[in-house]
Design a binder for this molecule. Sequence first.
Ligand code: ZN
Length: 410
Amino acid sequence: MPTLLERFLKYVQIDTQSDETSPSAPSTAKQLDLSRVLEQECRELGLKDVSLSEYGVLIATLPGTMKSPAIAWVAHVDTSPEFSGKNVRPVVHENYDGSDIVLPGDPSRVLTVAENPELQQLIGETVITTDGTTLLGADDKSGVAVIMAAADYLLQHPEIPHGPIRLCFTVDEEIGRGTDHLEIDKVDVVCAYTLDSDGRGRVDSETFSADQALVKVQGINTHPSVGKDAMVNAIRILSAFLDRLPQRTLSPETTDDREGFIHPYHVEGGVAFASARLILRDFETEALSRQAQLLESIAEGLRNEFPLARITIEIKHQYRNMREGLRKEPRALAFAIEATSAAGLEPHLDIIRGGTDGSLMTAKGLPTPNLSSGQHNPHSPLEWTSEIEMETAKMVLVELARRWGQESAS
Ligand SMILES: [Zn+2]
């Protein structure tokens, strides 16, 4: 059987970029190139009930050695549309010497120790980077490789007690559709773990709660020569709207840690009609309605000033902080923390200023925290990982399987 590193290097060389502009599912057919390879590998490992759905969801079962609760390990095969994932040529730096790494395909790109202090703990280890011309895809092929290697390890160590483990590989996570076609009932487990966090030892137990706001301004266009008392310029009104948003607080540029924000990220339009898309984010779900009220009060002020304009705000639900959902199965987090310690790491409970497939799965009723898989600098040509971080993530999964194996199925 291939080593974890060999698996990883094979997976990253398969282009699996997703595409947010595509309406199909999966958004790009090429994601299935990797899903099919994994399907084959799951069969070769001897996993049971291997199935790849038409939407690209691959599920396989590692049978339990004990009558213990079933759990799932989840990773996504797609890579971000933000940077090219074609012709990825991973560069393996064995016995890393602790210096800055110049990427050979584009020497202007340098992985500096100053910007990546984690590199200091990896002297003598094997570090994997890109050649500088593509992303690496460690997000989330490190997670994919870790899960496959952990299943392989458990098969070779039948003395380790564990319940049934479902391996789930999803598509289109990077464009927010990762769980659209994942049927939670079919997965049929007490909890799941996504392997999609940075570095090592992290247990992410909170994500943002998230809504999107669409602000629409309907104006009235006339020839500018006869605009007096007739023209209602949607561009001016929308600009005023955006200008009245808090500028020194409540923005991504001015917040961190547990602070939320309102973030306009797209505007378009003309005199007759203009619109803006904003995202609303906070760790407290109630705060989202306060953010929506703030938008509404700005709109109300503008409606009074421009009675002939029509200003509307539509709020769309995106995802919710997984904290509430995780309370349903307290063992999900507790065992992740125990397993991380058992694998020799200092567990690190963390929050994510974003969402994961796990936030959506938790919202659907399946508690799903997120664990480290050795990623660094995702979505970028400076992306990197290391063999030791992926190997430790594998041992966290093995210890997690063992810990769940000590529980009896209800
Ligand atoms: Zn990811």
